[in-house]
Design a protein around this ligand. Structure first.
Ligand SMILES: Nc1nc2c(c(=O)[nH]1)N[C@H]1C(S)=C(S)[C@@H](COP(=O)(O)OP(=O)(O)OC[C@H]3O[C@@H](n4cnc5c(N)ncnc54)[C@H](O)[C@@H]3O)O[C@H]1N2
Ligand code: MOO
Length: 398
């Protein structure tokens, strides 16, 4: 058992509150548009250019002024001689009244034209477009600035940047964005079973799944963590490895968090002079989770080794700190009515799948070493009891 003092175990909500209290914004930086992917905006996104940049044809066909069709009938159609053509990328051209010009999709509609007739609808006789009814202006013309006008506020602060947002901003000529600074993070897997790759000669070795999984989880938030080499279940080595990692703003270990004979995390942190905010949370899986501050101010998350517990710890606890650092509000989940297992005084995290109709199914295998159900899962159901009674909340998987 660890000799380190054990503060009382908080509830899940209380533990999150402690983490939020210990976390602070890291400020703002300007990054190139593509580098903003998965990051959180720290200011408004402003369109640098009108989009569309000019009145443009939405179809290949013929451009002309709708006014030139006034009074046209099948018996007395308007004849608009076809004069010239405009292609995409060609600067807007002048247009002689009572003529039509060939135009391709994306080409600037010549000044004076306000109608584009698709070529498959066109009747051409002796080099003139024949129109046998009056037409209303605007058809197949994309108006300048109709999606976004230069200077328009198109993005608010606190938005997670997606590929779609990057696409829109690229249309609007935005080349850089202000985003919240991200912390540097070192992932430190612990456990003798990780020190050598699994092989026939090493039947008790396992693959280090946790640091791979957490790297993926962080990349999805625009953070590239440093992955330290696995460290053995030895207090001195653990102490050294944590000290070496503490140049990062956040250190995350996996394994060695519970009170087993070889779980030395508590002892290593005591030797380092860390301030342990809690060791153990009234939740399952993830009960042995530890949160501390190292003497230099680095935040420390000691996640349990079981992969589901490690994932939950990163998803909800490290995630809570990252949200504060990114200027995002706390997650509150969606309250739902669903009958699940319950455990007194414990928050249960259940792998679940929600179908297109919104029906939630709790998956059969809830053990904390099995990730296979998470291939099928798309949400967590979080079950606990409040003073108002049983509560069930749904959270996205990541
Ligand atoms: N007597 C008790 N035993 C255990 C308790 C308990 O309360 N009393 N709690 C159990 C719970 S709950 C958990 S969670 C685990 C967590 O313990 P540790 O954080 O000390 O983790 P380890 O013992 O080091 O490892 C647990 C499990 O996970 C595997 N592991 C570790 N690292 C990785 C990795 N990087 N990738 C994949 N898998 C990893 C490890 O081999 C173990 O199988 O303790 C229970 N025991
Ligand atoms: O807390 Mo443990 O996470 O149930 O396996």
């Amino acid at each position: 058992m660890s000799d380190a003092p054990r503060p009382a175990r908080p509830s899940f909500d209380a533990a999150l509150a402690i983490i939020r209290e210990q976390s602070a914004s890291l400020g703002v930086e300007t990054v190139g548009l593509l580098d903003a992917l998965h990051r959180v905006t720290a200011g408004d996104g402003i369109a640098a250019s009108d989009y569309p940049r000019f009145d443009a044809a939405a179809m290949d066909g013929f451009a002309f002024a709708a006014a030139d069709t006034v009074g046209a009938t099948p018996k007395q159609p308007a004849h608009l001689p076809i004069a010239g053509s405009v292609r995409a990328g060609i600067s807007p051209t002048t247009h002689a009244p009572r003529t039509a010009c060939r135009i391709s999709t994306g080409a600037p509609v010549p000044a004076g034209c306000d109608y584009v007739l698709p070529h498959e609808e066109a009747r051409i006789e002796q080099g003139a477009l024949v129109l046998d009814r009056p037409l209303l202006p605007g058809r197949n013309v994309r108006r300048r600035g109709e999606d976004a006008a230069a200077g328009a506020r198109v993005l608010s602060p606190g938005t997670r940047v997606t590929p779609e947002i990057i696409g829109a901003l690229a249309c609007y000529g935005v080349a850089a964005l202000d985003v919240a600074r991200q912390p540097s993070i070192t992932l430190l897997p612990t456990g003798d079973e990780l020190l050598v790759p699994p092989s026939v000669e090493r039947p008790a070795a396992i693959f280090d799944a946790n640091s791979v999984m957490l790297t993926a989880l962080l990349r999805a938030q625009g953070i590239e963590p440093r992955r330290a080499l696995p460290v053995s279940d030895d207090v001195a080595q653990l102490e050294r490895a944590i000290a070496a990692a503490s140049d990062s703003a956040i250190v995350v270990t996996t394994g060695g968090a519970s009170g087993g004979d070889h779980d030395h995390l508590g002892r290593a942190l005591a030797r380092l002079g860390a301030r342990v905010h809690f060791h153990g949370v009234r939740m399952r899986p993830g009960k042995p989770l530890l949160f501390a501050t190292l003497p230099n101010g680095t935040l420390f998350f000691g996640l349990p080794g079981n992969p589901v517990a490690a994932l939950l710890g990163a998803r909800f606890f490290l995630g809570a700190a990252l949200r504060v650092m990114s200027g995002l509000p706390p997650e509150c989940g969606e309250t739902v009515e669903i009958d699940t297992d319950r455990r007194p005084d414990t928050t249960l995290f259940l792998k679940a799948s929600r179908d297109a109709a919104g029906a939630i199914r709790i998956l059969a295998d809830q053990r904390s070493h099995t990730l296979r159900p998470l291939i099928e899962a798309n949400c967590w159901v979080v079950a606990d009891t409040t003073s108002d009674g049983e509560r069930r909340r749904v959270y996205p998987l990541t």
